[in-house]
Design a protein around this ligand. Sequence first.
Ligand SMILES: C[S@@+](CC[C@H](N)C(=O)[O-])C[C@H]1O[C@@H](n2cnc3c(N)ncnc32)[C@H](O)[C@@H]1O
Length: 425
Amino acid sequence: MGQKMKKKNKKISYRKNLKKGKRVNELIYQWEVTPQLKQRSSLMLLNYDGKVDVHDLLQSIPEASLRESNSYGQITFDNTNNALIYGDNIAVLKHFMNDPKVNGKVKLVYIDPPFSTRQIFRRGSNRTATISASDNDEIAYIDHLAGAEFLEFLRQRIILIRELLSDDGSIYVHIDSKMEHYLKVLMDEIFGREHFINDITRIKCNPKNFSRKGYGNIKDTILFYSKTNQYIWNEPHQEMTEEEINRLFPKIDKNGRRYTTTPLHAPGETKNGATGKEWNGLFPPHGRHWRISPKELTRLEKSGLIEWSSSGNPRKKIFADEVLSRGKKIQDVWELKDPQYPTYPTEKNLDLIKRIIEASSNPGDIIMDCFAGSGTTLMAAELLKRKWIGIDNSKIAISTAIKKIKEISNVSSFTLFSCNEKKRQ
Ligand SMILES: C[S@@+](CC[C@H](N)C(=O)[O-])C[C@H]1O[C@@H](n2cnc3c(N)ncnc32)[C@H](O)[C@@H]1O
């Protein structure tokens, strides 16, 4: 076959994949066949040595089967039970792509992979702190990949995870400041920039006074992407502290109710609409418009919900008790530090993962963590009545997770599997 013909056939098979709606294939198609699209501002790709074509990727992952631990009968995850799996997550993820009970059914993935720290993480008999470990302590896992190799390791797994997600599913990826910017670009490639929702700044520890030439690092990041625009979202709210209530609602009315006021006009002029019209002998100030129609303003006035400022401006009263009953909206900086005495190195804060699970899934949904470590995600999912799948290739992680989960009272059943894979080509 001539070179031209080969190219044409390649184009056709990519087009077929495009029709199947596979975003990653679509990107590969654009990347390889029409490189001029790289110029488009909406399409930014990260290029590095060893970036594998998606088609080659799927072929190169070994076929694997799951065996219930301590037995030899081959069992597949049956969707009614939770699963803890010992093995390399890439083989397990590929295995699940062929399992209709899992493929396209996972509603939420949280992953906290190694961060390319080039450290050995150990668990001692007394302490499990990363920086205080001794060489005699058992190795929990080794975080040795760096640069492009690390990025490709994650990219391959995230491509497979995206396949397993349901259309209303989403993913949260925990990463530190050295790698987050590269990973953000890769996530944009895999999920589409339009499906980027947040990069949550997580305050992870108390301020440090290390003699480093630079600012102290007290945060890491959680990248949040959805698979489509129709993703599960249970708006999370947070209780206010007494200090916040007093600061945000400084006034007290004659009935003893705490309140504050907000302006009733906003920037921008309305040319013809009601919000540009006169109300109570007043026009909105120059360059501004009423936030609500004059009719609504009159209704507020009659209900006693408008207070006049000393400069003669109407302001809306907002009562603390009304806001408190629903709590305040959670923003994208979270101060949820990790346990001081972890059971496993780099163990994450349980409340942090509970917050993610509550916001982005519903009871009964399947939650997956394929870098499960000590099983914090699995524990959070169990406590919140979700189904869960945990994967890790460290025996210490698996045993720690089993212990953690078993300590939950009325814990639902789960099966321990090990993943048997053929050698990777
Ligand atoms: C940062 S730890 C996760 C900690 C966890 N979030 C917790 O709260 O305990 C990362 C985990 O990923 C696991 N891991 C690394 N590479 C893996 C792979 N290829 N397959 C499965 N697990 C892997 C490590 O064994 C380690 O337990």
